[in-house]
Write a protein that binds this ligand. Sequence first.
Ligand code: IPM
Ligand code: MG
Length: 362
Amino acid sequence: MEFRIGLIRGDGIGPEIVTEAKKVLDAVSCAYGHTFHYTDLLLGGASIDACGVPLTDETVAEAKQCDAVLMGSIGGDAKTSPWYQLPPEKRPEAGLLRIRKELGLFANLRPAYLYEELKDACPLKEEIIADGFDLVIMRELTGGLYFGERKTVVEDGIRKAVDTLTYNEKEIRRIAVRAFDIARKRRKKVTSVDKANVLDSSRLWRAVVEEVAKDYTDVTLEHMLVDNCAMQLVRDPAQFDVILTENMFGDILSDEASMVTGSIGMLSSASLNESSFGLYEPSHGSAPDIAGKNIANPIATVLSAAMMLRYSLNLDQEADAVEQAVKRVLKKGYRTVDIMSEGCIQVSTIQMGDLLAKEIEA
Ligand code: IPM
Ligand code: MG
């Protein structure tokens, strides 16, 4: 089959890890007889350097022509990069927020699980992770605080900043439906996370999620306050299956969940809209401190490519092949430096990409 794939190489380690993910996709296209047409898309700092803005209308239009977009990472070092001398709406992150909005990518899936082979890297005590854990965060991605009205003003000589957190019931319902759908294919439990003891937006969230739950009597629903959830993630992560939450809580909790796995360089993510289109990116950032050193771990991006094959291109067998390739390479003892442990073989970014591609060809 033929597909059009947009590639956002981005900033920092982005270009290196996308190159390796493409290598793996090329191996998939060879082994399974598909044709992938790639379009390079500029976003973030790379777009600022080339076009003066973090996202252009042309890029949005080109992305819309693709079946899916695979992204590395965007952004630089806020202390040293000239991008952060620009006003907030012209910085790299503004481009990412805008492309999510423009493409309607409201459902952000962030899996966090413990790899048996990488258990040693997990910062939690052995007794807490004895049985492992496997959860997915369903984060609302185009509403809430990150997209509400904001302003900074001076009133009576005092500086004041305002951000607004708004959700309507439609936005809550569509993300809740996604969470219940995915829970149905997993362990059938949704934990909806909010701050209903304080926020009106959370009280509406809770009410709408309960309405949606009525159509999913086979799925267990529980509500949890966000502060408690932050604690439970380190106390007993195995209790979670699907965590459903709003934009900012999901931003924070997904960083925590990925850190708890001990292998943030391994975690993928998908941002989906109403159709099969999606933007796929690793859960980690652009790590400008290690950019260009050929040491970054490309596995999170490779696994994001696997999610892309599964969710946007409907190629389940090919997605399985990529995920199996990752498992086999880890089993053989190959590790990039971030997940290196005693007795393993340390490899570079490029070597890891080669090993993974070879597993697919085999
Ligand atoms: C993420 C990032 C972004 C977000 C930033 C870069 C705007 O932290 O994808 O989690 O907050 O959504
Ligand atoms: Mg984040």
